[in-house]
Design a protein around this ligand. Structure first.
Ligand SMILES: [Zn+2]
Length: 291
C-alpha cells in the first residue's frame, strides 16, 4: 500500500470550520484518534501532514506510532500575511519574522517546513489561481532559510510562473502544481523536486453540485494531461490526496488518488514502482537532518 504524502488531520473532508472548531479550546485527542484509526484501517503507514495553527498536527505526531503510522509534520504552514494560507497556519510580514517561525518549528521538533506560495485553483473562474502569488525573490529566500536550518520544503503552489520559481529555487516538493506549462514541466523533470498533484481534490468535486461540472471536467482533464506529461518526462511524482479537504476522506483519499492515477496512466507499466520510489524520496527527505 502507498503512504499519504499530503493530508490534513485537523480537517474532516466535509466542513472545514466545524472541523477546526472542535480544537479551538485545546486539542481533542478523540477526534485525532478516530482519524488515525481510519488510516490504520486503510493500510496507510506513512502520513505527511500540512500542519495547522492549533497544535493538532503537533499532537498527532506523539500518538501516531500507536497506530503503526510514520507521521511527519511541519507543525503549521507558513504564509505571507495578505496572501493565501491563513486557514492552515501562521503568517509573517518580514523575513525576520519568517526566520522566527522556522526556528519555532525546530523547537517544536517539526520535520519540515510547509509554505504557501500562491492561492488555490479558482473553480468559479474556470482555471485561474486565487490571490497574488509571492515573487521570485521571496520564494528563493524562504526556501534558502529553511534549507539552512536543515529542513526540506513542502510548497503549496499553483500557476506556471510561481511553480517554476519554486523549482528553480530548489523546493523539495510541489503540492497541487496546477496549470504548469511546457517550460515548467521541463524544469520539474530536470529537478529533484517531487510533484504531488492531489488530483482527487478536483475529481471528487464532479457531480457534487457546488460547482459547474463542465469546469470541473475541464480542470481535471487538464491536470490529468500534465500528470501524463510529467511521467513521460520522468519527473518524480508522488501520491497525496489532500485528505481532509472537501470530499476527500481520511484513509480512503489516498486509495481514490491512486485509482485516478491508474486510470490516467494505464500505459505506464512501472507505475507502482515509480510511485513507490517517489514516496520513498519524500520519506527520506522530509525529516530534519541536523540539530
Ligand atoms: Zn493541503
Amino acid at each position: 500500500m502507498f503512504g499519504e504524502c499530503h493530508g490534513h488531520i485537523i480537517m474532516d473532508g466535509r466542513n472545514y470550520k466545524q472541523a477546526v472548531a472542535i480544537h479551538k479550546d485545546g486539542v481533542k485527542e478523540g477526534d485525532i484518534r478516530r482519524k488515525l484509526a481510519l488510516y490504520q484501517k486503510a493500510g496507510v503507514t506513512f502520513l505527511r501532514d500540512g500542519g495547522d495553527a492549533l497544535g493538532v498536527s503537533e499532537y498527532t505526531k506523539r500518538i501516531a506510532p500507536e497506530y503503526g503510522i510514520d507521521y511527519r509534520t511541519p507543525i503549521y504552514a507558513i504564509h505571507k500575511n495578505g496572501h493565501y494560507g491563513g486557514i492552515v497556519g501562521l503568517g509573517f510580514d518580514t523575513m525576520k519574522e519568517y526566520r522566527h517561525l522556522v526556528e519555532t518549528v525546530r523547537q517544536k521538533k517539526g520535520d519540515f517546513i510547509k509554505v504557501m506560495f500562491s492561492g488555490i485553483m479558482d473553480f468559479a473562474s474556470d482555471g485561474g489561481v486565487t490571490g497574488t502569488p509571492l515573487d521570485r525573490a521571496e520564494i528563493r529566500e524562504m526556501i534558502h532559510i529553511a534549507h539552512e536550518e536543515g529542513f526540506a520544503v513542502m510548497a503549496h503552489v499553483n500557476g506556471a510562473r510561481t511553480v517554476q520559481d519554486a523549482i528553480e529555487a530548489g523546493v523539495d516538493s510541489i503540492e497541487h502544481g496546477n496549470f504548469m506549462d511546457e517550460e515548467c514541466l521541463q524544469a520539474l523533470a530536470e529537478s529533484t523536486a517531487v510533484w504531488v498533484p492531489t488530483i482527487v481534490t478536483v475529481h471528487n468535486l464532479y457531480g457534487c453540485g457546488r460547482f459547474d461540472d463542465g469546469v470541473i471536467e475541464r480542470l481535471r482533464n487538464l491536470q490529468a494531461s500534465k500528470i501524463r506529461e510529467a511521467f513521460a518526462e520522468n519527473a518524480i511524482v508522488a501520491l497525496g490526496s489532500d485528505a481532509g479537504a472537501y470530499l476527500v476522506p481520511h484513509g480512503q483519499g489516498i486509495w481514490d488518488e491512486y485509482h485516478v492515477f491508474q486510470r490516467i496512466l494505464q500505459n505506464t507499466a512501472d507505475l507502482d514502482s515509480r510511485l513507490k520510489r517517489a514516496e520513498e524520496e519524500i520519506q527520506a527527505r522530509f525529516q530534519r537532518t541536523s540539530d
